[in-house]
Design a protein around this ligand. Structure first.
Ligand SMILES: C[S@@+](CC[C@H](N)C(=O)[O-])C[C@H]1O[C@@H](n2cnc3c(N)ncnc32)[C@H](O)[C@@H]1O
Length: 849
């Protein structure tokens, strides 16, 4: 491995700068602050709710005005102390109406998650709450004549809810760099998936929060520990979980713990227990529905997106129990007290708590968040006994809870270790929060490797209503529209990660289909087009990934050898990059470049998921201008130069955590314009593996521009230019426009100006790729377009201005199901013949000048 300080005559790299150490220390401190804050705010809100209703020993100033009468059937002494993401109890209002308050908060959450919806959010919330309060006040016997007082009461509602909406909207916008609402929700998915999930969420809030009216905080927490058992048993019933001795023993430990804790409870309200257990079952069903309805369809929503889509329908569902169970009691009550300040604090707490959860997960990992949750639960149980007079912990309580929690910890451990995470510090949620969307689920129109079938959009292409503009495009380019009728018959291809061959039978059983070996392409298998892989464990565990066979052929054409320094100039979302990294093995280096940062972040996710990032570095840069050479050449040049000034800082091991300073820098850059257009800006290094040669190297060395003719001697051995194109040859990709909307096809594929620019872009990418190629090296140019303009014409123009470029015959192709392109030695994969996506491939070598 080439190291920054490994060369003779080169002074050793300085230790990491003090500023970096300081930044790392500060980063660590901020993370711990987030964790503590999360524990404090989530535990604190439970106490706040409880205290505001039932703690007579607190100073009177802290207490809201008491209820003058309690609704029939409810025990006011028990109070209400609930906390759920997005929903809180009614206890803090001094009114025991949990569903009402949950509904109000869900209204908010459902509507406020985007700044562009701010007016709608504020308006709707204000009107909705205004009407609600008016109707409540009308029923309040003391205020039959609605006049000044109701309006006075209305204002705080409007203020609180709008203020809540406003703050959250701004906050969300501010952190929108890390939290994205994922698009692509369809009516079909909403009805079949989101509504059942929303209904279960409503049940969880309703039943779980109602339980707090009957049982103490501590006992409710203890009962909640049974959750993994419910998830596991229901999951097994739905065929999602497999029974194993290990799981059964963990479940037994948790159950025994909860039973012991219950035996230790001095006074048990069975109504409360039934409510709490109902809430647990509803929550377990919600999680199972997410697994069944969304993940299996390849839709994975981050926490914010989930709230965004689910809360409005949960709010509607909560309206039903409210109407039948609480409204009559509210109508009957002779007094209805409403402390606005308490509501405001409660809103604020809920909002801050939600943000805190997101920040904890985004800064740490799923595991850390879960462990923090356990610490929080313990703190709540112990502190509640110290604070509230109605909570008396017994020795048996504590022993039982300890046993249950030990089982929960074992369960979390088991679950998280079954699902390998390429970067152990970074869980799945984290990646989603950071916008690092799994490429298999990437839905952008310019992603050729995605899975239309996983999006539920698979349709017989024969019946695809190709729009007139596209038919015109095909006719102008002399292409036959009949090719698009084949989409449903062309298989889907997957590549097996090397070393996984022994697991084929297992993968076949999971995907419920045979893997048919592609005879001409090692490691590739064909599966029926309708098979979904994104939800499979084999995919999630990085044993397989989706990549078209024609793409695989383009990589083989490059003939990468161990030890090569390889450049992929249009790398995202990364299917070819992964295959390149696999081929490279444990020597050489791989450099991926793409102009779209969010797409390159998906590459990073891929590399980490398939554990292929060790020798790779990823630059966000314009491929037409990119000029950074492989590390080896730069090092050689530096080693012979005398007196190189070590004035820059060095690359430490790469980490996904970024310093506050870095984040501010990105924020500023983002504010200055879209990330896509970085034509003239400096390349940004967003990932480098520990053997990429960068660790310990001086940053100024890497970013120092290369001399023009330097590349010929010490450029890349292999270059792939898988250029941006119209993707008309990827017939499955075209099929997806039915899902995205044909209008998008117009703007992305057919726009005349874009096509003209595209031809220029392709030529410039090819030219720059060739410039970075070393003499004797090979370059492959490929596109997913079937047009002559984007393929043969670009090659022709390029050859006419580059005498040192020699078009090469691809020997391996003799066995491939492809035909010759319009220029001899170039290749065309034609869907009708090859049963793959359409792909053009041309291979060049660089002659000495
Ligand atoms: C066909 S896709 C590449 C697919 C990729 N090779 C794979 O196998 O996953 C084309 C890519 O080129 C990128 N691109 C467009 N213009 C670019 C430019 N000027 N420099 C570098 N990349 C560019 C796009 O963002 C897109 O990710």
């Amino acid at each position: 491995m080439e190291r920054g300080n490994g060369g003779s005559g080169r002074p050793p790299s300085p230790p990491p700068a003090a500023a970096e150490r300081m930044a790392a220390w500060r980063d660590g401190a901020v993370t711990y602050f987030h964790l503590l804050f999360y524990i404090a705010i989530s535990g604190g809100q439970i106490f706040f709710n409880k205290a505001s209703h039932a703690a007579p020993h607190l100073p009177p100033g802290l207490l809201p005005p008491p209820l003058r009468s309690s609704p029939a059937g409810l025990n006011p002494d028990e109070g209400s102390n609930a906390l759920q993401l997005g929903g809180i109890s009614g206890g803090s209002l001094g009114a025991n109406y949990p569903t009402l308050l949950d509904r109000l908060h869900l209204d908010n959450l459902g509507l406020i998650l985007k700044r562009d919806q701010l007016p709608l959010s504020c308006g709707t919330n204000s009107v909705a709450h205004g009407l609600l309060v008016c109707s409540m006040l009308r029923n309040y016997k003391g205020f039959q004549a609605i006049g000044v007082i109701p309006r006075f009461h209305l204002l705080p509602w409007v203020f609180c809810t709008s203020g809540h909406a406003l703050t959250l909207s701004f906050y969300i916008d501010d952190i929108s760099q890390i939290i994205k609402i994922e698009e692509g929700m369809t009516t079909d998915i909403y009805i079949s998936s989101v509504i059942p999930i929303g209904a279960m969420f409503a049940m969880t809030l309703w039943l779980g929060n109602s339980a707090y009216l009957y049982i103490s905080v501590a006992f409710a927490q203890m009962l909640k520990a049974i959750m993994p058992v419910a998830v596991f048993l229901l999951g097994a019933a739905f065929g999602l979980e497999e029974m194993s001795y290990k799981m059964l023993s963990i479940m037994s430990v948790i159950s025994v713990g909860v039973i012991v804790a219950s035996v230790g409870e001095i006074t048990i309200s069975w109504v409360g227990v039934v409510y709490q257990m109902g809430g647990v079952v509803a929550e377990a069903l919600r999680l199972i529905f997410i697994e069944m309805f969304l993940k299996k369809k390849g839709v994975k929503l981050n926490l914010i997106s989930m709230m965004y889509y689910v809360s409005p329908c949960s709010a509607v569902c909560l309206f039903i129990p409210w109407l039948f169970l609480e409204k009559p009691k509210m109508d009957d009550s002779i007094s209805w007290n409403f402390p606005p300040f308490t509501l405001f604090l409660n809103c604020l707490c809920t909002f801050v708590l939600n943000m805190s959860v997101f920040l904890v997960i985004s800064r740490t990992s799923a595991l850390t968040a879960r462990v923090t949750g356990v610490v929080r639960d313990w703190s709540v149980v112990l502190l509640s006994a110290a604070i509230f007079t109605d909570t008396q912990l017994t020795f048996i309580n504590i022993i039982g809870y300890a046993i249950a929690i030990a089982g929960v910890v074992a369960y979390n451990n088991h679950k998280l270790s079954v699902k390998p995470q390429a970067n152990p510090q970074q869980g799945d949620e984290n990646k989603f929060l950071l916008g690092e969307i799994d490429p298999e689920r990437m839905e952008e129109p310019d992603c050729p490797e995605g899975s239309a079938s996983d999006r539920g959009g698979e349709r017989q292409a024969a019946s695809l209503p190709l729009p007139a503009s596209f038919l015109e495009f095909l006719s102008e380019n002399g292409l036959d529209p009949a090719v698009y009728s084949m989409a449903a018959t062309i298989p889907r291809y997957i590549r097996l990660k090397p070393g996984m061959e022994s697991q084929i039978a297992e993968i076949e059983a999971e995907l419920k289909c045979g893997l048919e070996k592609v005879s001409w392409l090692p490691g590739f298998y064909a599966i029926p087009p309708e098979i979904q892989i994104a939800g499979s464990t084999a995919y999630q565990q990085g044993k397989i990934y989706g990549i078209d066979a024609a793409s695989g052929a383009a990589i083989l054409a490059l003939d990468v050898r161990p030890g090569d320094h390889v450049l992929d100039l249009c790398a995202a979302p990364g299917a070819k990059l992964c295959m390149l990294a696999d081929t490279l093995g444990t020597t050489g280096s791989l450099t991926g470049v793409d102009v779209a940062k969010h797409r390159l972040a998906a590459c990073r996710t891929m590399l980490q998921k398939y554990c292929l990032g060790d020798r790779t570095r990823l630059f966000v840069a314009d491929g037409t201008l990119f000029s950074i050479l492989p590390v080896n050449s730069r090092m050689r040049r530096l080693e012979v130069s005398i007196g190189v000034e070590e004035n820059g800082s060095t690359f430490p091991e790469w980490t996904s955590r970024r310093s506050w300073k870095d984040r501010q820098k990105t924020k500023k850059a983002n504010a200055n314009g879209p990330q896509h257009l970085l034509a003239t800006s400096e390349p940004e290094l967003i990932y480098y593996g520990k053997h990429s040669g960068l660790v310990g190297l001086c940053k100024s060395d890497v970013f120092c521009p290369s001399v023009d003719d330097e590349a010929c001697a010490s450029g890349y051995d292999k270059v792939l230019v898988d250029a941006e194109c119209t993707h008309d040859g990827s017939i499955k990709h075209i099929q997806k426009f039915e899902f995205w909307g044909w209008k998008t096809l117009d703007s992305r594929v057919l726009d005349a100006e874009r096509t003209e620019n595209l031809l220029q872009l392709q030529l410039h990418l090819l030219t720059n790729g060739f410039k970075l190629l070393k003499t004797g090296g090979s370059l492959v140019y490929s596109t997913y377009s079937l047009t002559v303009a984007q393929n043969e014409s670009v090659v022709q123009q390029f050859l006419s201005t580059h005498p040192s470029a020699d078009l090469q015959k691809i020997d391996l192709a003799d066995n491939w199901p492809c035909r010759s392109g319009g220029i001899p030695k170039t290749l065309r994969f034609d869907p009708t013949v090859s049963q793959t996506s359409g792909l053009f491939v041309g291979k060049f070598s660089k002659l000495p000048t």
